[in-house]
Design a protein around this ligand. Sequence first.
Ligand code: SF4
Length: 347
Amino acid sequence: MLRALHAWYGREARDLPWRKSTDAYRVWLAEIILQQTRVIQGTPYYERFLREFPSVEALASASEETVLKCWEGLGYYTRARNLLRCAQTIVEKYAGRFPSTASELQKLPGIGPYTAAAIASIAFGERVAVLDGNVIRVLTRWFNIAECVDTASTRRFLQELANDLMPRHCNHGLHNQAMMELGARVCTFQQPLCGSCPVRRYCAAQAAGTVTQRPVRAVKPQPPHYTIVVAAIKQRGRYLLGKRPSEGLLGGLWEFPGGKVQEGEDLVRALRREINEELGIEIIPKKQVATVRHAYSHFRVTLHVYLCGISSGKPKARWHTELVWVKPADFDQFAFPQANRKFLPLL
Ligand code: SF4
């Protein structure tokens, strides 16, 4: 049955830029960029990173600011910072060569079991199975597994099953890619294409009529929603931007100052309080210029953006690590969170 899967992959695999090479640097770069990101969105980022940083040494010597700017728009910025730390570790501790086993790779910043297995199998041929969302979906259907896949014990079981399924003598990287490709292209979340599936004859969920019930997932609660006020403080044609601390959410990115509205507080009062706490100044909100909605992985926000002037005080970076005054024509030189990017054209 695996022969049918591998032959299908040989015929149908998409021609993706990172599949042209088994070089560990390229495999790693692609795997990090494609986490939580669709192929169509991730491809230009992969090409941009390779252009800007053609080797792990080039990436290791870049500044965090440059890497974040290259990453801008992909979200999950911890991945970008870990990308840089990982490159630096490889250059400093491993003389620029990636370790070749999944267990060694997992000791590096930002490399978890999935990424380690992908690099070790594709770049170094190790017999270790990847287990991502696509593979989980394929396995739970193929073997008609009714246990909830969000528990640690089912994940362990699925990892063992994926490892056992991997033939001893084959191209292990290719096998892993075939499993992922099957999940991405055929055994899709909605409307799987069972009619053209290479493992259809062996698929237990197909035989049992339970395809749409697999995988079984835990019901997730709705993510919380926050109302945020943002001050576009303008002086002599320039806007005030603050740089977020490196650690924590959206670390190292530039933003317009502001913060969460507290319960019972009106928007303008919240804006004055936040700016006073953050920058030590009093502002005059002149008019609301934008309302922007954005969804992060664990919460949603609505941003109310006000054009403001300063009525007293000189801005001080009390929470941000740096403050700068920037002309709109120069916004492109800064890495912003997506929610901020959405209202830039309105300023
Ligand atoms: S037959 Fe259908 S459900 Fe089974 S593995 Fe193939 S696409 Fe998935």
